[in-house]
Structure formats: structure tokens, C-alpha cells
Design a protein around this ligand. Sequence first.
Ligand code: NDP
Length: 467
Amino acid sequence: MNDIGLIGLAVMGQNLALNIVRNGYSVSVYNRTAEKTKKFIEERVKGEKITPYYDVQNFVKSLSRPRKIILMVKAGNPVDEIIQELLPYLQEGDLLIDAGNSHYNDTDRRLEKLSHKGILYLGMGVSGGEYGALHGPSIMPGGSLKAYQMVEEMLLKISAKTEDGPCCSYIGDGSAGHFVKMVHNGIEYAIMQSIAEIYDIMRKILGMKSNEIGLIFHQWNEGKLSSFLVEITYKIMQHIDEQTQKPLVELILDKAEQKGTGKWTAQAAFDLGIPTPSLNLAVVARALSHFKKEREILSNLFGEKNRIAGDRSLISDLEKSLELSMFSSFSQGLWLIHEASIAHNYKINLLEILRIWKGGCIIRAKMLDFIKDILKENPQNINLLFSEKAMNFIKDKIKSVIRVTELSRRSGIPTFLLNSTLDYIFSLTESHLPANLIQAQRDFFGAHTFERTDEEGIFHVEWQPLE
Ligand code: NDP
């Protein structure tokens, strides 16, 4: 009898299986396409206690009870299909763990359905890509505490470790784990977009070569910006294509793909009414990048842009701009998680989220210590801005972001993320927004009513008639 079952042997499943077995557990594996299973066993399993199965029934039979089965398959219908296949062989008290990037609504639906059959279910976010899956990811399990406790010991063992402990913590009830993983990805999109914009300014305004840009990112990675995404940017900039001997990044088509978690984050933010402009615009920027042909035609129609030549003093402004956009992306994401926790009764501990994001995951960053300090000072400060520490940090950076965005505006370089960082902060620190006019317009054409600043109540007036 094996301790754990794992279904889905693409990059994540293979590496996670190896990670689990190296931590002392025996694992049964199954993949829909048998060829992939065979290849995995032949090429990557070197005597570890991993047993391949080529049908679901024998796979399930091979597991000690209560059975614990990790699903690492493509999100969406495949998860339902595999659950359906498993169900005839499962018994009350068995546990299914969906470790893919499932939509949180799907997780709630599956939890509900399986609870009627006495099957326990965890919706578990896993971040860290294939390297993380093998060497220790950040793990975000949600569902019932009882279900979590059945696998807690193993999850703590296989997760990444930092000085603050294993990067795994029970996130909360229901779909809490998948919601938090989704927002993690939304923040990831935003940080990636801000890094890309800064790279664009370095090459277009400062005329820097990829190699030089890499060195700057390397330097930044030694300081306050130390993070996984800054580190890989440095490594990407240094990578030379064997065939052409050019930096590979310069040969990659500028169309960014997406699998959906960034979009879902924006949708959830709209549904909950939480402003996450940077997270939303990171999705917009990827969508826009897809219109390559149109961009080429329009760039000819528009004509040459007058690039302002910047000097190298801009580099420290770029560094501060990345710091502030990273900070504001975390601010927006945490606010969204907090609101979702109330709306869905997840009971999420934000400090724990920050702790487990410190290692293993794609958005791990030194800045999380600073953010944790701000939140520790006042746990009610859910978007981080309500603190002197945060305001001092913002004030120290904001002039740099203004300088950078002004220069990029004048040079015709789009900076969705950097602009949204400014607008997020400027809006939240503005006691008078022009929403009074919007309310008046709504009342004018739709009798939608408005509140007044000088009187309590709900009002509607007969505005001047249309001519
Ligand atoms: P993919 O998302 O590419 O999914 C491929 C796996 O799903 C294969 O094992 C495939 O089996 C299986 N599958 C697809 N359709 C079905 C089906 N109808 N029934 C049964 N199995 C099916 O693999 P990844 O390893 O990239 O990701 C796995 C999960 O982890 C996904 O939810 C993903 O979003 C998430 N994730 C991925 C990360 C990454 O860096 N790649 C990082 C974090 C999470 P077959 O071989 O038969 O086609």
C-alpha cells in the first residue's frame, strides 16, 4: 500500500511526486496518457518508491486508507472528469486534493458535491513552477481543517522553508486556498508587467543593451528589490541564443500568453468592488500585446515616436518605481483577499499568507518582510496604506515614478502598471474625487439619486430639461 496517490504527470505532477517521495512517502502515480507515465518512470524515477498505474481502479486500490489523492491536472473540466472517474472506487473519509489552478467557484462546487458522499476535499494552491514543485513550493491549502490535518505533516515537509518556517499554512474554509493562489497570480502578473515596462524604458529611453539591463537587475536583486522575478529577469537578460549569438529575449515574439488566473483575479475584484487597477491592467496589457499585426500597422500609421533620451540618473528612479509598483500590487492583492475572506467567510490570516509567500513561490520578495511589519503594527491596515511607515515609503518613491512616467509619456512608451500605481495611490490619498459629477450625471439621465455632503438623506432633483 502506498501513502499518497498523484494524478497528472505533466511538469508539476512529475516534480511534486518526486518531492513527496524524497520526503519519505511512497507514491502511486497515474496519468490519462499512459505513454507519459512510462516516460516519467523510465527517465526520472531512479529507484524511488513511485509505483505507476495504468488504470484508475488499481491506482485507487494501491493506496492505504483513508486514501489521499493529489490531482495535478489541467484546470477546468479535466478536474471534474477525473473526479467522476475516481468516485466509484472511493470510500467515505478518503481525501481528494486539487493542487492545480482551479477557479475558486469550481472548488466550492466540487467541495459541496463531494461532501454529500463523505469524500473530503482540499483546494490547494501550489506556487513555484516546476523547480518549486521539486525543491519546495509555497503551498496554499483550503477546505476543512480536518481534511488539511490528514496531510499537514506531508505538506509541511515538501514545502519551501524560510527562517520563518515552512511555506505552507492552512488558509481557510472552502475555496480559500484557490482564491489566495489566484490573487497570488494576479499580483504575479502585475509585478511581471512592471518589470517589463521598466525594461522597455531602459532599452528605449536609455538605449541599454540586454546585457547591461541584466546587470542592473542583478544589482537590484542584491538590495531591497531582491525577489524571484527580479532574479529571473537578470538571468533572462544574460541568456545568449546559441544559434544567433544574440540575447534570446530580443528574439522572443512580444505576445504575452495567459491561462486565466490574472483575469479571474480582476473579475473577482470587480465582483467584490475592490479597486485593483494594477492587477486588472496587467491583464489588459497582455491582451493588448496579442494584437501584433495591428500594432505593426498602427505604428506605421502613427509614425516615428520622439523618444526622449534619458540619462543614467534615471536608473535610480526606475528602481524606486519598481519598488513602489511592487508594493502597490501587494497592497491591492491583500485588500482583495481580505474582502473575499469576509464575503466568503474564509477566515484568512493575512500575516500567514505573507509568511508563506516568503519562500518557494513566484512572488517571493524581500519586500514581504517590510509589508509584514506594516501589517503587524496594525492588522486592520488591510491595504497597507494606513501607516506612517507606508506613507514615508510612498513619499520617498513617488517623485521617481512621476519622473519615469512623464518621460515615458513624452516618448510614447506605454506604462500601464506604473501609471496605475500612481493613480491607485493618488486616488486613495485624495479626499475629493470627481465622483460627485458622476453621481449628478447618473441622477440626470436615470434618476439614480445622490447623497449630499451638507445634508443627510437620498436626493433627486429635476435637472434642466434637454434642449
Ligand atoms: P497542464 O496544466 O498542462 O495539464 C496537463 C495534465 O493534465 C496532464 O497530466 C494531462 O494528461 C492532464 N489532463 C488534461 N486533461 C485531462 C483530462 N480530461 N483527464 C485527465 N487528465 C487530464 O500541466 P501542469 O503540470 O503545467 O499544471 C498542472 C496544474 O497545476 C494546472 O492546473 C496548472 O494550472 C497548475 N500549475 C501549473 C504551474 C506551472 O508552472 N506549470 C504552476 C502552478 C500551478 P495527459 O498527459 O493525458 O494529457
